[in-house]
Unconditional design. Structure first.
Length: 221
């Protein structure tokens, strides 16, 4: 069950570099969060465990998920992401600000390939493979899963690496927004630009383009 899995995730201290870094973040807080207590533990997935869609980011944000205790919560990336998810009727509200804000996902679950924030957003190969054990169990427990949406190239590459290691996936794939690939266990993998301020501010992604992709994903399931 996902609840038991999530308990195991929260208790994990396997990667000493990541443990040290998340504790450092909790101590050296951003000025605007100076009075808050950071979660500073591994971040579990969140959403509808009967959902057909799995959104995957690379790792929790340093002052988003690592602070709030919920994936894609409390930063500018989450602001943009949930605005688009709400437009597509996948979430009940257009914001994800804190763990008790009433957010509900419809037919979808959201997680990260790596459960702890890595320094400079660059996990090592060993750190990723340690977390693939959790990722594998998440996919196993999402019994209705049909589509994985990789939020950003690094998350896409992590998903492909996971499938190469665990499901004998051998097809040559290249990250591209709105590109759909068929994985070896009959699940579809969809590339999606990361909802980061950099991508939004440069015009690489906008609300209409992201919302349209999410509506397309709903038709795939």
């Amino acid at each position: 069950m996902l609840s038991q899995l999530n308990n195991s995730i929260v208790k994990c201290n396997k990667c000493s570099r990541l443990v040290k870094f998340r504790k450092k973040l909790a101590k050296n807080k951003r000025k605007q969060y100076i009075n808050e207590t950071y979660w500073a533990k591994p971040i579990t997935g969140f959403g509808d465990d009967k959902g057909k869609i799995l959104f995957v980011g690379l790792a929790p944000a340093a002052h988003g998920g690592t602070r709030t205790g919920r994936v894609f919560t409390g930063d500018k990336s989450s602001d943009f992401l949930y605005k688009c998810l709400h437009n597509a009727n996948i979430s009940n509200q257009p914001t994800s600000t804190h763990i008790n804000d009433g957010l509900v996902l419809k037919n979808a679950y959201i997680t990260t390939a790596l459960k702890c924030v890595p320094p400079e957003d660059k996990p090592t190969r060993d750190e990723l493979h340690n977390c693939f054990n959790f990722f594998d169990k998440e996919i196993y427990n999402l019994k209705n899963l049909k589509v994985i949406v990789a939020l950003g190239k690094i998350a896409f590459d992590a998903c492909v690496s996971f499938y190469r290691s665990n499901y004998n996936f051998s097809e040559k794939v290249i990250f591209q927004h709105n590109k759909v690939y068929k994985l070896t266990n009959k699940i579809l993998l969809v590339g999606c630009y990361h909802p980061s301020p950099r991508n939004v501010n440069t015009g690489r992604i906008d609300e209409k383009k992201m919302t349209n992709l999410f509506k397309k994903v709903l038709k795939l399931v």
